[in-house]
Design a protein around this ligand. Sequence first.
Ligand code: SAM
Length: 313
Amino acid sequence: MSHDLMAQRHIHFSSSLEILDIFNLENQVTLFPGDCLALLADMPDGVADLVVTSPPYNLGKEYEKKLDLDIYVSQQKTIIGECVRILKPTGSICWQVGNYVDKGSILPLDILLYPIFHELGLQLRNRIIWHFEHGLHCTRRFSGRYETILWFTKSDDYFFDIDPVRVPQKYPGKKYFKGPKAGQYSCNPKGKNPGDLWVIPNVKHNHVEKTIHPCQFPVELIERLVLSMTPKHGLVFDPFMGVGSSAVAALINGRRAAGAEIYPEYLQVARERLTLAGQGLLRTRPMTQPVFDPDNGGSVAKNPFASSLKDRS
Ligand SMILES: C[S@@+](CC[C@H](N)C(=O)[O-])C[C@H]1O[C@@H](n2cnc3c(N)ncnc32)[C@H](O)[C@@H]1O
């Protein structure tokens, strides 16, 4: 982790984090126990720098009822409209989704929801592919190993700072071989733009951030959005807070956070995580940690069938 990032992270740690349930612009963290529309109704226009969320996918998970698709889309439309209202003119909205699945047939939710954002006049800046390596094993189609983040802005004049989220160059020693800069290093010494395909482990059982929630964000995924799309002290809003991963990403990077969650059990975990994060004690997977390399995975990474496969060939 760079020194800049360490400094940003540590500036706001304090042992007396107040987690409030009624929204106020000055709150460092607002966790509303209830429906996001009720919280949104209490929020003024144009206050959020970033809205980032993963809504229910209408799959009938433990925290949702499977709805008729038209009803689901119309509920999403109401919530998205309210999120856009509370977004600053310079702000961004990131809607992270996967597939709706019906009898084995998939419908990517970004395809379904894109028209809502378009009709509200938002501009799509990236469709980020979030690739991860673990999940359900499908037998009648290829196993799903990515989800997407639709990143929209409200205007052309949007906040964006790539520097805090640059990643190491592939060839840092490469030089210009001709022209006026011949012999000079050609890459940006601060690192390169991470692109729009992000390989970030999802939160499964052996992940350091795993809680009781079945579908939580890895904090590092949201940190990349928070750091590039919001100024320091900016407000990050998540209508579907779950166990508070987006609020954690905001808090550890010196931003304010607000959001709602209907399930008290998840809210309680969110409170506990935020309290630890406020003290600098919450363990999260660092953005700079390389993805686990199975070649270093010990005995389970060795193929016990290798010799018998060779014998058969
Ligand atoms: C996909 S999960 C989000 C998980 C979250 N990103 C995290 O890292 O913990 C969606 C969450 O939205 C909550 N939820 C569903 N409908 C809601 C509503 N109307 N208002 C607030 N929360 C809601 C669910 O209980 C669930 O925890």
